[in-house]
Design a protein around this ligand. Structure first.
Ligand SMILES: [Zn+2]
Length: 259
């Protein structure tokens, strides 16, 4: 059996073991150990991807990109469960969205990871069953230029297609010369991390995720600061929102903290 096949077998075994810990009831210590193991899998997959790129082996480069994305997805899901158990549902939400995006990327990276589409569907079910409904936002931008992430040419003038893998990298559009235009409430956002975090209620601000009310410090927020810190102010309602995260870069995360 070739060295590459040995790596693939060992990666698949690790992913399977770690996936078996992906639910609320599993022990947090074992889940943290699995996160450590997945981080080293990610590092090894990146190394093997770089070797494949160096010899021009595109299929292997895309395969190891698939392993990076799959490991990233399982890692983020484990982080989500750990954060929920630590009563940090806002961070857990971000981890869930990372897990969903990485599952989609894995399925796009290589045909060997098409089954990760089931993982994505499972994560969407978790989104609906475990978390409360969210108010999503979509930022409208005036874009000066759309660049291909693979070759940096203007998108549409080269042969690369968004979401397709090229020598271990997924093609995405890099928007240049951005000018903010508007923010709208939407049902199906491009980025589910863009959402309303808190809103003003009698006596303070309510966290939309935990439903807890934090007493407001009326002097801490004015209409002047609102324009720059991501909060929106009208005469009747103040809310804190996330309207842009820089997501859309389809490459896998390389997590470096063990929490
Ligand atoms: Zn291109």
């Amino acid at each position: 059996m070739s060295e590459s096949h040995l790596h693939i077998e060992s990666f698949n075994a690790i992913l399977k073991d770690c996936q078996s810990l992906s639910c609320m009831a599993r022990d947090s210590g074992l889940q943290r150990d699995a996160c450590t193991e997945l981080r080293s899998l990610l590092a090894r997959a990146s190394e093997l991807k770089a070797n494949a790129v160096a010899v021009g082996d595109e299929d292997s480069a895309n395969l190891f990109l698939g392993f990076e994305c799959a490991a990233s997805s399982v890692y983020s899901e484990l982080r989500m469960w750990l954060l929920l158990k630590e009563e940090n549902p806002n961070e857990a939400w971000s981890a869930l969205i990372d897990a969903q995006m990485a599952a989609t990327s894995a399925a796009r990276a290589h045909r060997g990871f098409m089954h990760l589409l089931h993982q994505h569907a499972r994560l969407e079910a978790i989104e609906k069953l475990v978390f409360p409904p969210q108010v999503f936002l979509s930022a409208g931008w005036i874009v000066g230029r759309q660049e291909c992430s693979i070759c940096a040419a203007e998108y549409g003038t080269c042969d690369h297609l968004v979401g397709k893998p090229y020598m271990g990298r997924l093609c995405s559009i890099v928007a240049r010369e951005l000018q903010g235009n508007h923010v709208a409430i939407v049902k199906h956002p491009a980025d589910k991390k863009c959402r309303v975090i808190t809103f003003e209620v009698e006596g303070g601000k309510r966290d939309r995720m935990t439903w807890k009310i934090e007493p407001a410090n009326r002097t801490e927020r004015t209409k002047d600061t609102a324009a720059t810190d991501g909060s929106a102010t009208s005469d009747g309602l103040t809310c804190e929102v996330i309207f842009a995260t820089g997501a859309g870069n389809a490459q896998p995360n390389h997590p470096n903290d063990a929490s």
